[in-house]
Design a binder for this molecule. Sequence first.
Ligand code: ASP
Length: 435
Amino acid sequence: MPEPITNKKLPILILAGLILGAAAGLTANRLWSGSEILAWTVDTISKPAGQIWLRSLIMVVVPLVFASLTIGVAGLGDLRKLGRIGLKTLLYFLFTTALAAAIGLFLVNWLRPGEGLSEATREELMKSFGEQARQMAEKTEGGKFGVEVLVNIVPRNPVAAAAQGDMLGLIFFSLVLGAALGAMPAEKARPFLAMLEALGEAVVVIIGWVMKLAPLGVFALIFSVTALFGYGILVKLLSFVGVVLLGLALQFFGAYSILVRFLGGLRPLEFFRRIRTIALTAFSTSSSNATLPTTMAVCERELGVPRPICGFVLPLGSTLNMNGTSLFEGVAVLFIAQVFGADLSLKSQLIVLLMAVLTAVGAAGVPGGSLPLLMGVLQTVGLPPGSIALILGVDRLLDMCRTTLNVTGDVTAALYVARSEGKSLALEPAPDLRR
Ligand code: ASP
């Protein structure tokens, strides 16, 4: 059995890559900000290197989601059990996503970060990032979304869905295929399931190889972000960034600790210790999808969540369950409203809450995946979608943090589902899992 992610030194090496990358990037920014040589170094060395590592992780996501979700559903047994676990999972997702949005809305109403932003700063930000916002709006038709999002969940062609990285379509097909395999006579389904299991195992081996390079990949990714990142904008938006980070911290250390303790049956510190590789990968990649291979491996091996439950809950979670994103969206919309001096009524705020939850469900698990949808929410409450320009400059930093939360939320869901199904967890993992 391959043991890819349980190497004890790996989290330390990834953390070292992260810290060294950030230190090198910030130093380079300080010394050579705006210079050609720095832009060249980022464009031709660090960005491609980081992208090669990131793409190697993303490369296995489609086969992984397909194999693990299909096997997971087929392995859960009869449709009644599947329905029960499915319902529990979705309700848990909904609860934690709504809780996160509510925390964000509470904080932004209380601390009112938008009121401190001066008119001059607002205009400067709109000028600097307005063009980027316009391009995003064009590409995504202003982030409009409606009933077709629901219709598109059912793919016309599952192969095309996989080819285009349409995760919802792929998930839907895998769920149905898994249910069908579970409903068939076992001897007929077995050969296909065995093949999928082999595919899943092979993916795990590939992830092991890719994760060996994680410290270097993380170094390159973080260097590229920080080398071009000025402090100036961070200072200007400090109150907004502070409120988002405070909210994320409350959900991460507060809500998850309670949920993990009482629904997952694990001591919070032990939980955070065991998932550190997941958190570091999510933070460095800003992508729930890219982190999924690591999440699956760590959740099974370090937390002892049974494979069918990991295979069911985690791929669903990486697309549907984005707690950090919904919190961020709620804060962002109200912050922008405050900057424009628009006081949103309670009714509008409830709409923001609902939309934050729905768009977090619909957002793609890629860097900046929620931004097009955020433009749609802005429009719904009567704010110009282009006003997203106000916060684009600090989005990458916040994306790193909210993605960490998104992925951690998925892991707490897997723990809860496993425990509620009477599976004993990692409190006493098999000795070979502790290496
Ligand atoms: N980057 C986030 C994720 O992959 C999505 C987002 O909020 O933009 O989970």
